[in-house]
Design a protein around this ligand. Structure first.
Ligand code: NAI
Length: 600
């Protein structure tokens, strides 16, 4: 590879020879920067302005042999098959007496139609990278390579680099880069822990999740057997998998023969005996402890020794599920997100008995199916959903105080979320939260919730799947249309509570919702449910549409300053319509704020 500083170093040399297959890139833009050691000034001179700009703005690697085809390129003197060293020595012999030696800086950077080209580049970049300043600065720097002397261009690049270095966006991207790598480090599970071989996968349940989970393994070339109770359920599940693949084939994202290869890896069964060869089984049946119990008792009888027994439960106690077997050390949670074949996040739930090699094997398997795996301890909702419950509670209070769902969603989407809380509820199904709240009313009768979400469900408005939720939906479309009936329901409820609505700013909406996540996140870190604060950020970046340019909730709180976060929480606590206990800072947050510390 010749990436970033490596490529820039090579560009400072008199000659360059690459081995075929070398990956060439200037990936700095992915960290919110411009290349900082002359890349934006030398690459356009060596490769031409257009090809260089593409490399610098995208940050994507390109093969040396592809770049060698660029007309008039001076990036590579030779691209060789095999060993570069003898070819390099031969070249050095040939040029030993050449004077003056060629320098990239002395080459001209030019474009036949620079103004139109840079205008086009600026427009494209603006549309693609609206929340990130670095790509536009890359365009500026490359433009300087044409307009200025080499020295002035270098100075310009340096200034752009230094200015970007201190932007919150670059800080967020660098945070996410290291956070992603940190997720796989588990303090008491060494990196060289021997793994259990995984060659065959079984999935139980071919519903929404089971089908998507199976697709992940088929995509990775692993044979999968899916078990259901009834043939119709199997047929439905397989038909959905086919439909998903066929949509990809239609869009040109998957080749027909690959599709057939993947389907050939899939088998179905109604008999547990057919699972006995599987190295891992992932259960995705109904979310009821009785159903899980029956499944795990059977698995304990039929699965071969050493097989990993995983549950995709989203709310149930993995330790309890493990206790249904005589091999709790082989039991683990694998919490996929819907749609399971698309979403990057996989919460790997470590039970109190889960064996270290089981954990290491599942983390490794997760990487093979290209998930971002984050370890979570056992607790209600694990990392992501435990936090989202507080966020949803707070969103409910906002409705009672005067907001409409559309106003809250707009504010959160402007902040950068892929979707505000109410559109998200409509997508996931409002009945899921309803079921959880009903349980909470019994378990924690003192905990306050806004009734609006229950009233919504009583109206039968479960979300997109029922054609209406917080919003109305037209058949076959996903556009959220504000609903007069829902606004009236909220108004009536507010009136019944005797609350006079007030105008709430976007700023207040955003901070109440994001700090709800931060406070619960701090508890999760302190309890050891998450291994580190940056793991919480990865969960939110990859599973919940938190804006990447803000680095995740914990990183965002660090950027704002934890002292400021706690001050804001004190203000929220003083609001009689909010819940003062809700805003009691988590001990970790309070301590860090007092010390002037940060989560990361
Ligand atoms: P679903 O209702 O779409 O699918 C469940 C499937 O399991 C059905 O096809 C059913 O026929 C089958 N099934 C039920 N009992 C069975 C048994 N004893 N043996 C074999 N098959 C059986 O449910 P969904 O949404 O796929 O959820 C499955 C699990 O995944 C649940 O534990 C749920 O909490 C969890 N989950 C769901 C997410 C979602 O967004 N839907 C996200 C993450 C986890």
């Amino acid at each position: 590879v010749a990436m970033g500083g490596g490529l820039e170093l090579a560009l400072g040399c008199h000659y360059r020879i690459a081995a075929k297959g070398t990956n060439v890139a200037l990936p700095e833009v992915k960290l919110g920067l411009v290349p900082g050691a002359g890349g934006t000034q030398r690459l356009p001179r060596a490769l031409g302005v257009e090809a260089a700009l593409n490399i610098i703005v995208s940050g994507e690697p390109v093969k040396a042999e592809v770049l060698a085809q660029v007309p008039g390129q001076k990036l590579f003197d030779q691209v060789v098959e095999g060993d570069v060293l003898p070819v390099a020595i031969a070249l050095a012999d040939r040029v030993a007496s050449v004077r003056p030696l060629p320098r990239v800086r002395d080459l001209p950077a030019s474009h036949p139609n620079p103004d139109a080209f840079f205008q086009f580049a600026r427009n494209t970049v603006k549309a693609m990278a609206k929340n990130f300043p670095a790509p536009a600065r890359c365009v500026d720097c490359v433009e300087q390579s044409m307009k200025s002397s080499f020295q002035d261009g270098m100075r310009y690049e340096r200034e752009a680099f230094m200015a970007l270095m201190f932007t919150p966006e670059s800080r967020a991207l660098r945070h996410a880069f290291f956070a992603e790598r940190a997720t796989s480090k588990i303090p008491d599970v060494p990196a060289d822990t021997p793994l259990r071989p995984i060659a065959r996968v079984a999935v139980i349940g071919a519903g929404t999740m089971g089908g998507g989970i199976a697709m992940n393994f088929l995509n990775a070339g692993l044979p999968v057997v899916v078990l259901e109770q009834k043939q119709e359920a199997l047929d439905r599940g397989v038909a959905t998998i086919r439909k998903n693949y066929e949509a990809q084939v239609k869009k040109g994202k998957l080749k027909e023969d690959k599709y057939q290869q993947r389907m050939a890896l899939l088998t179905t069964t109604l008999a547990y005996a057919d699972l006995k060869d599987a190295d891992i089984v992932i259960e995705a049946v109904f979310e009821e402890i009785g159903v899980k119990e029956a499944v795990f008792r059977t698995l304990d009888e039929v699965m071969k020794p050493g097989a990993i027994l995983a549950s995709n439960t989203s709310t149930l106690d993995v330790d309890r599920i493990a206790s249904f077997t005589k091999r709790p050390h082989d039991v683990i949670g694998t919490h996929f997100f819907s749609p399971a074949n698309v979403m990057k996040l996989l919460e790997v739930v470590r039970g109190k008995a889960t064996a270290k090699d089981v954990l290491a094997t599942v983390m490794d398997l997760g990487r093979k199916i290209r998930k971002t795996c984050v370890v979570s301890g056992v607790c209600d909702g694990f990392i992501g959903n435990r936090m989202i419950e507080q966020y949803s509670r707070q969103a409910g209070f906002l409705l009672e105080e005067g907001c409409t769902p559309a106003q809250v969603d707009r504010a959160m989407e402007k902040f950068g979320f892929a979707m505000g809380p109410f559109r998200m509820g409509d997508l996931a199904g409002n009945d899921i939260g309803w079921a959880i709240r009903k349980r909470r009313y019994v378990e924690k009768p003192g905990m306050r919730y806004s009734k609006t979400a229950d009233l919504l469900c009583e109206m039968g408005r479960y979300g997109q799947k029922t054609g209406s939720g917080w919003y109305d939906y037209q058949p076959g479309k996903r556009d959220a249309i504000p609903s007069a009936a829902v606004v009236k329901m909220i108004d009536d409820h507010r009136l019944a509570l005797g609350i006079t609505p007030r105008r709430i700013t976007d700023d207040e909406i955003v901070h109440r919702l994001v700090y709800s996540l931060v406070n619960e996140g701090a508890k999760i870190v302190e309890e050891g449910i998450a291994l580190r604060a940056s793991d919480v950020d990865m969960v939110y970046l990859t599973g919940y549409g938190f804006p990447l340019f803000r680095g995740g909730p914990m990183c965002y709180a660090d950027t704002i300053g934890l002292f400021n976060v706690v001050q804001a929480m004190k203000r929220f606590a003083a609001n009689p319509l909010d819940d003062a206990s809700f805003w009691e800072p988590a001990p970790l947050l309070a301590r860090l704020a007092a010390e002037g510390g940060t989560f990361s």
